[in-house]
Design a protein. Structure first.
Length: 299
């Protein structure tokens, strides 16, 4: 077109997500691509006229990749981190689906049938204990024959300790030195993501309580992330077995969420009333109609 002079009014392409949020820019997170439609909104000036358009084009979405690395001499001696959903505890599997409630005078469903309870336990990645640890009268011992690591400064012991003073005045302090599960894997995340490490969800059966932490593992990934914990069962005697989950880890975006507060309009009031009525009228409403399908495991 003769005399065409295009001037970009906005320098950024805007992506509108399926939930209605608007963010500038290209995702830029790396990882494996998946396609899903998204909406492009743009404005430009052509021959003095404002032109706006809206078009759906395939979105280049990205599956989060967590990269674990270890010392070359230890690769045949280490238990690998594993998806939490592959190792739910035996007590959950053995739990009955229903139990008698004296208050209701009938059998009611247990948390085994509560998807949010189970999904929280199955989310993310577990960091396993690398070897058996025997605990007797507050003493921790192990017999783990591994070669000298090829990497300078790399630990060989599965445990180390934090002095009592490091948790001074913390509500979870118990007057004893805290244990520290040493890391034998480095963890690297995609740009913009951090690693949230916490106690294995709903695992109060474990004789320790992990101290939660958040690490910017897209930047800090050349050193091990160690996991401090408070020992909660001083009378425990026995073996903490190799493979026991010591930390449950999630990749979380660092971008702060946008908080929006609204008052129910009539449509929301009607939807609220319907959902509540449906949940009270029949079991498994959330599981059948709201719970998202979980993707396949990838390694």
């Amino acid at each position: 077109m003769a005399g065409l002079a295009a001037e970009a009014r906005r320098s950024e392409v805007i992506r509108r997500h399926h939930d209605g949020r608007v963010r500038p820019g290209y995702p830029g997170a790396g990882g494996r691509e998946r396609s899903r439609p998204f909406v492009v909104l743009a404005t430009c000036v052509i021959d003095g006229l404002d032109l706006n358009w809206r078009a759906e084009i395939p979105k280049r979405d990205f599956a989060m990749r967590m990269t674990f690395r270890c010392d070359p001499k230890l690769t045949d001696h280490l238990a690998r981190p594993y998806p939490a959903r592959t190792a739910l505890p035996d007590w959950l599997r053995a739990m009955p689906a229903k139990a008698h409630s004296d208050i209701h005078d009938r059998d009611i469903r247990t948390v085994k049938q509560c998807p949010p309870f189970v999904d929280a336990m199955a989310y993310g990645v577990m960091i396993p204990l690398p070897c058996d640890i025997r605990v007797e009268s507050g003493r921790f011992t192990w017999d783990w024959d591994i070669p000298e690591p090829a990497t300078s400064g790399h630990p060989r012991a599965p445990l180390s300790f934090h002095p009592v003073a490091q948790f001074a005045a913390a509500p979870f302090a118990n007057g004893r030195s805290a244990i520290k599960f040493n890391s034998f894997w480095t963890i690297e995340l995609e740009p913009g993501w951090s690693l949230f490490a916490t106690h294995p969800v709903n695992r109060d059966d474990l004789p320790f309580r992990l101290v939660s932490g958040l690490v910017d593992a897209d930047r800090f990934h050349d050193g091990g992330i160690n996991f401090p914990a408070v020992w909660t069962q001083p009378d425990f005697s026995g073996v903490l077995e190799k493979g026991t989950p010591v930390a449950q880890c999630f990749a979380v975006p660092r971008e702060a969420p946008e908080l929006v507060f609204e008052v129910f309009d009539e449509a929301h009031q009607n939807s609220y009333a319907k959902v509540v009525a449906d949940v009270l009228a029949a079991p498994n409403v959330y599981r059948k109609h709201f719970r998202a399908k979980r993707g396949r495991l990838t390694r």
